[in-house]
Ligand binder design. Structure first.
Ligand SMILES: Nc1ncnc2c1ncn2[C@@H]1O[C@H](COP(=O)(O)OP(=O)(O)OP(=O)(O)O)[C@@H](O)[C@H]1O
Length: 254
């Protein structure tokens, strides 16, 4: 039996008369890193927003662990273990790294408005927060304010706050966007580390990162799936080359 943690069936989204996503069928295998790629305007962000329930599908169905989550909202799916990083986990610039992660943990435990109540609960949360920071290589920055962290480290902090929610499935929207080479390497390594024991779906433009990290790649073009498989397979697919570089299939063969 296959073990798909996330499935999209005949997913579609129209904006007015424009069909931005059409009949997308996705099967995300548990424990893998699954990347969504495609040229500009291919529909990646729209599919991502559908999967994370930031947009309502015009048609189709989304299943998480075999259960229909099509009608749930982002908070409801987060409670089930589907967490979108970067948007849902706002980082507060003037709080320290530790305070940011502690706040995320308080949200998970539903104690955000009672945090002054118990000193022992606070120190328990601190221990867990430090552990999360350690997981993303930020332990030594624990007492630095978020605003003082370099860009790549801020992303790491965002991931640490997401980890506080204990996601089974983590969705990352262009995790290396706008980064220099050094930060890209750091964040890629971080994603690999946090992928242990969970599933990751990410939209990513940097094909080097995708080649390095993704077990499966779905290539979208004009709102539809063009190709799917491991990097070695999709990168040699003539239709993918044509969509990315404008090279025609017969030219590729030639
Ligand atoms: N809210 C909207 N209203 C109208 N059209 C939209 C809307 N959102 C997206 N689109 C259109 O849907 C298509 C797919 O857009 P989408 O942002 O999903 O592509 P993408 O693959 O993420 O592109 P990029 O790599 O440039 O971010 C585009 O033609 C876009 O103009």
């Amino acid at each position: 039996m296959s073990d798909f943690i996330l499935e999209a069936r005949q997913l579609g989204k129209s904006f007015g008369g424009f069909r931005a996503v059409n009949n997308v069928n996705l099967n995300v295998e548990r424990g893998t890193i699954h990347a969504l790629i495609g040229p500009n305007g291919a529909g990646k962000t729209t599919v991502f927003n559908l999967l994370t329930k930031f947009l309502t599908p015009s048609s189709g169905q989304i299943l998480f662990n075999g259960e229909d989550i099509t009608d749930l909202n982002p908070v409801e799916i987060a409670n089930r273990g589907v967490v979108r990083s970067f948007q849902i986990s706002a980082v507060f610039p003037h709080l320290t790294a530790l305070e940011n992660v502690r706040l995320a943990l308080q949200k998970r435990l539903g104690v955000s408005y009672h945090f002054w109540r118990s000193k022992s609960l606070l120190s328990e949360l601190d221990d867990e927060a430090i552990e999360r920071l350690d997981q993303v290589g930020l332990k030594r920055f624990a007492h630095l304010r978020a605003v003082e962290l370099p860009y790549g480290r801020k992303r790491a902090l965002e991931i640490a706050t997401t980890l506080g929610l204990e996601p089974e499935l983590m969705l990352l929207d262009e995790p290396t966007q706008g980064m220099g080479t050094e930060d890209v390497g750091q964040v890629a390594e971080l994603i690999r580390n946090v992928s242990v024991g969970r599933t990751i779906v990410m939209v990513e433009h940097n094909l080097g990162v995708v080649a390095d990290l993704a077990d499966t790649i779905t290539v979208l073009n004009r709102g539809e799936i063009l190709a799917e498989g491991p990097y070695d397979v999709v990168s040699k697919d003539p239709a993918v080359m044509e969509a990315y570089m404008g090279i025609k299939a017969d030219e590729v063969e030639a």
